[in-house]
Design a protein around this ligand. Structure first.
Ligand code: ZN
Length: 473
């Protein structure tokens, strides 16, 4: 019985609390309306005039609402006279209040909060900042996320202008740059990969109602991006134009090695995971190993298939990590190889074309042995042709187990690496290959990691990690 009374007392208090908050919000709104009224044209404004007046003032309203709610819901922390030192537990007395202005997507929020300083530990603390989980610096998490969203699509200058136009939030391109690198610092493939559970769900969705396990494709490939040597550093940011004119350094094209996991659902590709970095073979191999060891590939519930071109390093890693997966030599890459050989041997001729078509048909029928024997019987027309034939033989011999295209096709496996090529285009080229843009390797890897996170649907997860790492005033 006493219990019921306590609850009802709490209820009354909560109701009163809410009423006070409402009143305060209404008062704010009234003050805002006064201002709006003074901004509107005298009579019969057009819709765009109304819209513009509200647009200009909206952050004051929404920021103000946020401010009032914060003040109201954190009254205790804000008016706290004492607190124990978090380190030595000595009782500290409030100093201040110290004001701080932070930027959110709904506008600026002014905070006046007590400060506690322990002279023994020489440490200060703002309990309100901790309670609100404020990010260090002026720009708060939601703005940071919006920044990441735009800079992963647009050059920094354009991104800054665009964000300002569309949200009214001014963040300089330099600040955007810094923020991007802070967020992306140290990201690994596992940080940007969807969870095991999320991947399992995607697999289950594709498997539903099907007799055979779905095909999960692992595509591995390289792409080139323009990079700038470390020696180009040392000048202030924002002087890109002068820097380019001086040209004290030469840009180089570096290889982005990437991998993509995707499911085949009829003609549709269901994206699972992309990871692209300017990296060496060993690093890509390490990323693959991490993916495997984290159990991200549900090998028991999919038919794993690996598609790639002839690069030896790729198959070395694949063989070691996924010895039971289907391996496919990219059909189009293979065809290109045959064309080159035919040109060396027959010249640009109908004969060359006929030979390529016949050879591809044989491969398609699973007769790689016959193709290899045929190559051995060929009588080279020149030294160059002899070399090309020998290379072609070695190439097909090396990949003989990966060319059973008919069998692969019947099993529903892909013949080409189109899936990884489009990932290269979408993740690497779209943002990194812009005219005049040369990237420091570290910066390009940060950008790539964020773009991978975006397409993997894990940008939120990346921000949670970042927030956990960088909390505090
Ligand atoms: Zn202390």
């Amino acid at each position: 019985m006493g219990c019921a009374e306590v609850i009802s007392f709490d209820e009354v208090r909560a109701r009163k609390h809410r009423t006070t908050l409402r009143q305060q919000l209404h008062e704010r709104f009234d003050r805002w309306l006064d201002q709006l009224e003074s901004e509107l044209p005298e009579d019969e404004p057009t819709l765009s005039q109304v819209s513009e007046a509200i647009w200009t003032l909206r952050q004051q309203l929404t920021g103000g609402v946020a401010e009032t709610i914060v003040q109201h819901t954190h009254q205790e922390v804000q008016s706290r006279p004492h607190m124990p030192c978090p380190t030595c537990a000595r009782l500290l007395t409030a100093r201040g209040p110290v004001s701080r202005r932070v930027e959110t997507m709904v506008g600026a929020v002014e905070l006046a909060r007590p400060y506690f300083y322990c002279q023994v530990c020489r440490e200060g603390t703002y309990p309100l900042d901790a309670a609100l989980r404020l990010s260090a610096g002026r720009i708060q998490l939601d703005v940071q996320q919006a920044v990441a969203d735009v800079v992963t699509e647009l050059p920094y200058d354009t991104a800054a202008t665009m964000l300002d136009h569309l949200s009214g939030i001014a963040v300089s391109s330099e600040r955007m740059h810094t923020l991007t690198h802070q967020v992306a610092e140290g990201l690994t493939v596992l940080d940007v990969a969807p969870s095991r559970e999320a991947i399992a769900q995607r697999v289950a969705a594709v498997a539903a109602g099907r007799f055979r396990r779905p095909v999960l494709v692992l595509g591995i490939d390289g792409a080139y991006v323009p990079t700038r040597p470390e020696s180009a550093r040392g000048r202030r940011p924002g002087q890109a134009r002068q820097r380019a004119r001086r040209a004290r350094w030469r840009g180089e094209w570096h290889e982005v090695k990437g991998l993509r996991l995707y499911l085949l659902d009829g003609d549709r590709i269901v994206h699972v995971l992309s990871w692209h970095q300017v990296q060496n073979e060993a690093q890509l191999g390490e990323a693959l190993k991490q993916i495997k060891e984290a159990g991200l590939i549900p090998e028991g519930s999919v038919r794993l298939c690996i598609v790639s071109d002839g690069a030896e390093w790729i198959w070395k890693h694949v063989q070691a990590l996924f010895p039971h997966a289907w391996q496919v030599l990219d059909y189009y890459h293979c065809a290109e190889y045959l064309h080159k050989m035919a040109k060396a041997h027959y010249g640009v001729s109908l004969q060359a074309q006929e030979w390529v078509e016949a050879t591809l048909t044989r491969l398609y029928m699973g007769k790689v042995g016959a193709v290899l024997a045929g190559l051995q019987r060929m009588r080279p027309t020149s030294e160059e042709a002899a070399k090309a034939i020998a290379n072609c033989w070695a190439y097909l011999h090396e990949h003989r187990g990966r060319t059973h295209y008919r069998k692969l096709r019947r099993g529903g496996y892909p013949l080409g690496s189109g899936g990884i090529e489009s990932s290269n285009k979408l993740i690497c080229h779209v943002r990194l290959k812009r005219s005049g843009a040369w990237w420091y390797e570290g910066n390009s890897n940060h950008m790539l990691a964020l773009r991978c996170a975006k397409y993997n649907g894990t940008l939120d997860q990346v921000f949670t990690r970042y927030q956990q790492k960088h909390q505090g005033a």
